[in-house]
Design a protein around this ligand. Structure first.
Ligand SMILES: [Fe+2]
Length: 261
């Protein structure tokens, strides 16, 4: 783990820019990676997995956003559709640098696949996916979402002029929200980035992630840390938002009873 961590820090050290906007977003992703590593360990431990599995989970977290650095330097955006798929870019970098070659083939393949799956709408249903791969993919997806929700909820609390436009995919802060996004939430589905038109939609999209959470510990942490409330209360008090809020609260309460968080 120490070897991989050192390699990661050396790798990201190469991404420096005189542009403050670029530099701040590179720093944001370095810090994000470190917190995703902490989150994944919390979740893995809550699932009572052994030390070896924790190490594997942490490695996946360390490398999950490796593609982000090259992506932001090259394109100045985190939007995959306007640049390239950062997960696949990360896989390519991991393969080209042969950093994982010191691991057994099974672990190497598992890490690469979990990185590849971390940003998809859903984990592909594929007969080749082992139960183990599905488990680690779910872990990284939850750990990642937990930290993105932290980052954006803290950003929404800031005054407009201090917010980071890269987090909102450069969406305009216009009134209203898209019906498709609202309908997805009311039908317990994750919303799609392609349906978002403004900042309110992006906020709703982030809230809709609760429908893709796999582990009770993630929901417990989300609740404890209050990210969803912060996002919800940063939105305008419209009828639609109220409806979404009531729906999400009732979903979370149901889950809470089911899991006895
Ligand atoms: Fe990512």
């Amino acid at each position: 783990m120490d070897f991989f961590k050192k390699w990661f820090l050396d790798y990201v050290d190469r991404f420096t820019s005189p542009e403050v906007f670029i530099q701040e977003n590179i720093k944001l992703k370095i810090e994000h990676t470190s917190r995703v590593c902490e989150n994944i360990l919390l979740l893995a431990k809550a699932e009572e997995v052994g030390e070896e599995s924790c190490r594997l989970a942490e490695t996946i977290a360390l490398f999950h956003d490796l593609g982000r650095f090259e992506q932001f330097m090259k394109y100045g955006t985190f939007k995959d559709s306007e640049s390239e798929n950062h997960a696949l870019l990360g896989v390519k970098i991991l393969e080209n640098t042969v950093i994982l070659s010191r691991l057994p083939l099974r672990e190497k393949d598992l890490i690469l696949k979990a990185v590849e799956y971390h940003n998809l709408m859903e984990i592909p249903e594929c007969s080749e996916n082992s139960r183990e791969l599905v488990f680690y993919s779910k872990l990284i997806r939850d750990a990642d979402k937990l930290d993105i929700l932290k980052i954006v909820s803290e950003d929404y609390e800031k005054e407009k002029k201090f917010r980071n436009p890269a987090l909102e995919f450069d969406m305009p802060d216009t009134p209203g929200c898209s019906e498709k996004v609202v309908m997805d939430i009311l039908n317990n589905r994750m919303a799609k980035l392609t349906d978002t038109r403004n900042l309110n939609d992006v906020k709703l999209l982030r809230l809709s992630w609760i429908f893709d959470i796999s582990f009770p510990a993630t929901l417990a942490l989300l609740k404890e840390r209050g990210y969803l409330d912060t996002i919800l209360y940063s939105m305008p008090e419209t009828e639609e938002v109220q409806m979404v809020r009531e729906h999400l609260e009732s979903c979370l309460n149901t889950v809470e009873t089911e899991y006895r968080i």
